[in-house]
Structures are given as structure tokens and as C-alpha cells.
Design a protein around this ligand. Structure first.
Ligand code: GDP
Length: 138
């Protein structure tokens, strides 16, 4: 059974023109793009999305960054999608990311790290529902 995960090409990667290259890596790894949209988000929308990080020292910088320009929101489908995407993304800090991962290749810093992927089934369900309406996922 295919599993769904929420992914975001973050504003740094969109700005640098890496969207297509990142999507190619994702498809090459066997994910199906179930839904996709490019949009800008407000700081309040970013705060709602990252509410688990509210209170952390990087929360304000992170939500300012995520609302600094267009990003690409995606629902990805594949068997074991959540864990497999995390592996393809690499470590949060690109300095610690393995060779061949998206963050190693495309991320500039621990904050501006090119891509988001849900980290568990419950967060994937919350994150997909946060950005996509049911009719967009048919
Ligand atoms: P992820 O699941 O690998 O995206 O990492 P987290 O859920 O821990 O953090 C969410 C996002 O916050 C990361 O992708 C980074 O953009 C940012 N972030 C995490 N840790 C730090 C940090 O120590 N400093 C800064 N500036 N940003 C961070």
C-alpha cells in the first residue's frame, strides 16, 4: 500500500532555481507526485505549520524564512514514503548530510536546507491536511 508524505521545496531552493532538479531526484527515487502547488505563504501560516517548534530559538528565523518567497508544496506517494523521503533528504544540517542526498547537494545552511519531509505518520496526516483540501488529493 502506498503511503503519503508532505514535502516542500523551500524558498531558498526555489530562489536558486533548484525546483526541477529536486523534483527529478524525487521521481527518480520512485515517488509519485500525488499533488503539487507553488505558492507564497504568510508568516502566520508558517507559524501554524511549524507549531511543534514554537518557543525554540530558531522559530522566528524559520518562519520568516519560510514566508520569504514562493515554495512548492507536494504530496508524495510511495511504499514507505515517509522514511524513504527522510533518507533522500539527508540530515537537517547539510554539513552532516550524506553524499548524494538532496540537502548535501542543494542546501545552504541548517535553516535554508532546501526541502521538508514529514517525520512520522501522524505529522504527515496533519501536514497534508494543513496545505491540501480533500478535492486536491483525488
Ligand atoms: P527536519 O525535520 O530535518 O526539517 O528538522 P526539524 O523538524 O528539526 O526542524 C525544522 C526546520 O527548522 C529545519 O528543516 C530547519 O529549516 C530549521 N531548523 C532546525 N534546527 C535548526 C537550528 O538549529 N537552527 C536554525 N536556524 N534552523 C533550524
Amino acid at each position: 500500500m502506498a503511503q503519503r508524505t508532505l514535502s516542500i521545496v523551500k524558498p531558498d531552493a526555489v530562489r536558486k532555481g533548484f525546483t526541477g532538479a529536486i523534483l527529478a531526484e524525487i521521481e527518480k527515487a520512485g515517488f509519485r507526485i500525488g499533488a503539487i502547488k507553488k505558492q507564497s505563504i504568510s508568516k502566520e501560516q508558517a507559524q501554524g505549520f511549524y507549531q511543534v517548534h514554537a518557543g525554540k530559538p530558531f522559530f522566528d528565523g524559520l518562519t520568516t524564512f519560510m514566508s520569504s518567497g514562493p515554495l512548492v508544496l507536494m504530496v508524495l506517494e510511495k511504499e514507505n514514503a515517509i522514511a524513504d523521503l527522510r533518507k533522500l533528504m539527508g540530515a537537517t544540517n547539510p554539513a552532516n548530510a550524506e553524499e548524494g542526498t538532496i540537502r548535501k547537494r542543494f542546501a545552504g545552511s541548517v535553516q535554508e536546507n532546501a526541502i521538508h519531509g514529514s517525520d512520522a505518520e501522524d505529522t504527515a496526516a496533519f501536514e497534508i491536511g494543513y496545505w491540501f483540501a480533500g478535492y486536491e488529493l483525488i
